[in-house]
Design a protein around this ligand. Structure first.
Ligand code: FNR
Length: 379
């Protein structure tokens, strides 16, 4: 039988993934003062044991103000590097390429952890030691009613954020990561510049698509400049706001072409997040593979490698996405929370049950014997 695409190595610049299955960045909101701890080590390490080609560490804040919640990871200070260096080394030892997503939440900063309300931090949070902080954005437009009005970034503010992204990128490199992903999606700061719904500036950083792309492109250029030429850079975008009058797939194609021209290797194609924080804020038709058409269109129209993500549930579905040339990589989020062995299981669904080849021997040796025992007992 032919080797599944899910089990075929993929080279990006000088970095080779053992397969194109990626663990999508997933915030754990479990850091203290931006520092990674044991929770992050186990959470991420288990995905590497489970066979993923690339494991991307959750959105990591480039400034303290840029954290979504008080529990976000950070790389705004040199002291954050140590624990992340341990994680990158551990992921590599377990066979996965270590990646990290760098983000800034903009007007969606200073919020409660999802399970603590998912709203803006307030007096009750302050009383338990997590006070709100001022938020910034492209324009002084709140996320929704009842949310804080962000301070509009001026030229100095923009320059400081570019510099924060540049230094965080250097720290990510120092920590040993091999893939860096720029977070331009889900209604966070860079998406707030892209979308006409959150950017009403008239100073050259707003207006038409080119104006709205300008600041995200400046940040992308700074990250690319700080990241070595032999290492790949990804950009995650929300390919559409799913809202009339918002950012569109057409705009995403234009943006992807510009990103490609400045040396970005992969567009990671998500969507939504522009208004509110709940799944019902925009009319998103969530069904298996609902965002795959974005990866397919951007790949074709902008001529750049893409990563598909969103309700990719099983091996045959993921294999078809890759085989049909709809995306170059597939990212798995919640399914990997259900089963960190998702990459190994997905491959097994394609090669036949009972085949535990390629599993870590510490488990695979036993599981192969167990499968043969069960086979013999089958009438
Ligand atoms: C996420 N998601 C996400 N996306 C992102 O770009 N940066 C992040 O840090 C996070 N954090 C995060 C935490 C948790 C717990 C979940 C479930 C999701 C979105 C995630 O990467 C992915 O795009 C979506 O979950 C859709 O893929 P699945 O889960 O349908 O495979």
């Amino acid at each position: 039988a032919p080797v599944p695409r899910l089990a075929t190595p993929l080279a990006l610049r000088s970095v080779t993934l053992r397969n194109p299955v990626v663990i999508s960045p997933m915030c754990q909101y479990s850091a203290v003062d931006g520092m990674a701890g044991e929770w992050h080590r186990v959470h991420l390490g288990r995905f590497a044991m489970g066979g993923a080609g690339l494991v991307i560490v959750e959105a990591t804040a480039v400034t303290e103000q840029g954290r979504i919640t008080p529990g976000d990871l950070g790389l705004w200070d040199d002291r954050h590097v140590g624990p992340l260096r341990g994680i990158a080394a551990m992921l590599r030892e377990l066979g996965a390429v270590p990646g990290i997503q760098l983000g800034h939440a903009g007007r969606k900063a200073s919020t409660q952890r999802p399970w603590q309300g998912h709203g803006p931090l307030g007096a009750e949070d302050a009383a338990r030691g997590e006070p709100p902080w001022p938020v910034v954005s492209a324009s002084p437009l709140p996320v929704a009613d009842g949310w804080p009005t962000p301070h509009q970034l001026d030229r100095d503010g923009l320059a400081a954020i570019v510099e924060a992204w540049r230094t965080a990128t250097l720290r990510a490199l120092d920590a040993g990561f091999e893939v860096v992903e720029l977070h331009c999606a889900h209604g966070y700061l860079l998406h707030q510049f892209l979308s006409p719904l959150s950017n009403t500036r008239s100073d050259g950083y707003g207006g038409d698509v080119a104006g709205r792309c300008r600041f995200p492109l400046e940040v992308a250029r700074a990250v690319r400049g700080a990241w070595p030429d032999d290492k790949p850079m990804f950009v995650r975008i929300s390919a559409t706001d799913w809202i009339e009058g918002g950012w569109t797939l057409e705009d995403s194609v234009v943006f992807a072409r510009d990103l490609k021209a400045l040396g970005v290797d992969v567009i990671d194609c998500s969507s939504g997040g522009m208004v509110g924080v709940s799944a019902t804020a925009a009319a998103v038709p969530r069904h298996p593979g609902f965002q795959v058409p974005f990866a397919e269109t951007i790949r074709r129209e902008a001529g750049i490698a893409t990563m598909a993500v969103g309700l990719i549930l099983d091996g045959p579905q993921a294999e078809a996405i890759l085989r049909d040339g709809r995306a170059d990589l597939v990212a798995i989020g919640r399914e990997a929370l259900v089963d960190p062995n998702w990459p190994l299981r997905a491959r097994q669904q394609l090669t036949g049950d009972g085949d535990f080849d390629g599993w870590p021997e510490q488990a695979g040796w036993w599981l192969g014997r167990r499968a043969r025992t069960l086979d013999r007992k089958t009438p």
